[in-house]
Design a protein around this ligand. Structure first.
Ligand code: SAM
Length: 264
């Protein structure tokens, strides 16, 4: 039997009218703001924000959709359509000096994690992001430490932003319908590195090491990353962390104090 064709570039277009309004509303008042939209598609969210935002910059990779959008929004001087891969987009180059933007997107699910990491790397240029993704990924990003879903993406995301899981949509909200449910997250960027006395790059790398193998204890993951058993034992003793704990059970505060203790 013929398999249903997978849409290219993650193109499951939002057709639920209530949902596109709820997504736009989740950004709040954008009348004085620049909004960046990732993957506008046929413009379901774009058409609402074109009426609301001071400026709307849309980044669309599909070379047939980009001209369609330019034509559709030709009478909206506040709307700019850029044909590009969002993973190569430099937000500083798109925004005014010291300007921050709000971001929105029904994301192409095949590159959700890459897009999020790209946003975190440029978080000083973002105030908030309202993004739709596969429900399971959204549940992981918003999970609390000590729960089954808490992992590297949760810890990394929560170092950069306050995360709210807003609502979930069934496959029928899209055309063609995806195989999965989808959830909308609001990320309010508020990096915690200074507060936890760690630096972003080394701490991101430390988190990767701690969560390298989800079933392993923190100690075993650190050993696999090249830290000596003696240093691990000393750091655990200093920070009151049990050597048999798994990283997923640790708060960001505990992970940060372990990192400081190991001076990595
Ligand atoms: C899930 S669809 C959402 C479309 C539209 N916003 C909607 O809600 O109906 C994802 C969109 O992202 C675009 N896209 C896929 N990969 C992209 C990339 N690397 N950079 C920019 N846009 C991309 C697709 O062409 C598609 O329009």
């Amino acid at each position: 039997m013929a398999q249903p064709r997978k849409p290219k570039l993650g193109q499951n277009f939002l057709v639920d009218d209530g949902a596109r309004h709820r997504i736009a509303d989740a950004l709040g008042d954008v009348s004085q703001r620049t909004v960046l939209e990732i993957g506008p598609g046929h413009g379901s969210i774009t058409s609402i924000l074109a009426e609301r935002a001071k400026k709307l910059i849309c980044i669309e990779l599909d070379r047939s959709l980009a001209p369609e959008l330019r034509f559709k929004f030709r009478n909206h001087p506040n709307v700019e359509i850029i044909e590009a891969d969002v993973l190569h987009a430099d937000f500083a180059a798109l925004l005014g000096e010291d300007e921050t933007a709000d971001l929105v997107g029904n994301l192409p699910y095949y590159i959700t994690s890459d897009i999020l990491l790209h946003l975190y790397a440029q978080s000083e240029r973002l105030r908030m992001a309202v993004v739709m993704m596969q429900r399971e990924v959204a549940d992981r990003i918003s999970a609390s430490p000590g729960t089954r879903d808490f992992g590297l993406l949760s810890a990394t995301s929560q170092m950069y932003a306050d995360v709210e899981n807003l609502f979930t949509l069934p496959p029928e909200a899209f055309s063609p319908p995806p195989d999965v449910h989808s959830s909308v997250l609001r990320l309010t960027f508020a990096p915690r590195f200074a507060e936890l006395h760690v630096e972003a790059k080394p701490f991101d790398a430390f988190l990767k090491m701690c969560f390298q193998q989800k079933r392993k204890t923190l100690s075993n993951n650190l050993r696999a990353g090249g830290v000596s058993p003696e240093r691990i034992a000393a750091a655990c003793a200093q920070t009151d962390v049990s050597p048999t704990v798994r990283a997923e059970a640790m708060t960001l505060e505990a992970l940060a104090s372990m990192h400081r203790e190991l001076r990595m």
